[in-house]
Design a binder for this molecule. Structure first.
Ligand code: FE2
Ligand code: FE2
Length: 309
């Protein structure tokens, strides 16, 4: 008999408590204001009559700028994410403590990145604010209806966010930006560990149902910011730069997490669980081929561009 989502939430609560303690022991307090070079700031036009932003103000290359905006807008949608996980995991007991702790940590990310970009004039603050309004007004709704699917989703998504922040920092060519994004990426990694360990415990409680949830999520995974205006075009720019692409998604996000859960070594799967694992296997093989083709074409394009110069 498959466990109900309510039974699973109840059975997982002691694991949440253990993981919370582990998380709190590992998490390092940090201060967004220390990561922002305030002395570089100057007034903008409007209330203080300074200079409006212009393209030449930014020292950050185009692709990294696009990625910074996508990452920041994604962080900005925190109220919707909070709503989603609070509705699924609840606000009581250890689950509730985690939901609120996680929300408080995530809230630093948007604040810190926005301050950094505004002070250093890395992006157009007017366009950024309009994009934030448009993006947040859409809200965010999880594609996934069950607690297990949502747990699987955040396990991958936190790691995806970690990789994306870290590689955006590197691509920025800006030491301060890289330092800040590395700091944020370290938070995302701890979030990933929390969710990944919980899902590992869910595998022990109900392997077949958990396997199905993992396959459902891996085969339909979208980044949390995928609803934003121009996301397809922006993600192509980000992929072409090698900040986040299908190769990284497969090798650095999906596979390490799947390996940690040992999904391909699990015994005791049957029925739909076994079927889900076969579907997952086929999907990963197909994705690997698509990723290889993408990288090959990107290398050809780069070689052609280099030859032209
Ligand atoms: Fe974040
Ligand atoms: Fe996170």
């Amino acid at each position: 008999m498959a466990m109900t989502q309510t039974q699973l939430l109840h059975e997982l609560e002691p694991v949440v408590a253990v993981e919370l303690d582990r998380h709190n022991a590992m998490a390092k307090e940090w201060f967004p204001h220390e990561y922002v070079p305030w002395s570089e700031g100057r007034d903008f036009d409007g209330v203080y009559g300074g200079e409006a932003w212009q393209e030449s103000d930014s020292k950050i290359p185009e692709a990294a700028r696009v990625s910074l905006i996508v990452n920041l807008l994604t962080e900005d949608n925190l109220p919707s994410y909070h709503h989603e996980i609070a509705s699924t995991f609840g606000r009581d007991g250890a689950w509730g403590t985690w939901v609120h702790r996680w929300t408080a940590e995530e809230d630093r990310h948007g604040t810190a990145i926005r301050d950094y970009l505004t002070v250093t004039r890395a992006v157009d603050p007017v366009a950024l604010e309009r994009a934030r309004m448009a993006h947040m007004e859409q809200g965010f709704q999880s594609e996934y209806g069950t607690m297990l699917q949502q747990l699987a989703y955040v396990s991958f998504q936190e790691l995806a966010t970690r990789i994306s922040h870290r590689n955006t920092g590197k691509a920025s060519g800006d030491e301060g930006c890289e330092r800040l994004l590395a700091r944020i990426a370290a938070d995302e990694n701890l979030h990933m560990l929390f969710y990944r360990n919980l899902l590992k415990a869910a595998f022990e409680l109900d392997p077949n149902q958990t396997m199905r949830a993992v396959t459902d999520v891996v085969t339909t995974f979208q980044m949390p910011g995928s609803g934003m205006d121009g996301f397809a075009r922006k993600s192509l720019i980000i992929a072409n730069e090698g900040i986040y692409d299908l190769r990284l998604h497969l090798d650095d996000v999906l596979m390490p997490v799947l390996r940690q859960w040992a999904v391909f070594d699990k015994t005791g799967l049957d029925g739909d669980g076994e079927k889900a694992r076969e579907e997952l296997s086929a999907f990963l093989a197909k994705t690997d081929a698509t990723a290889a083709r993408f990288v090959e074409r990107r290398e050809e394009r780069r070689a052609r561009a280099a030859a032209r110069q």
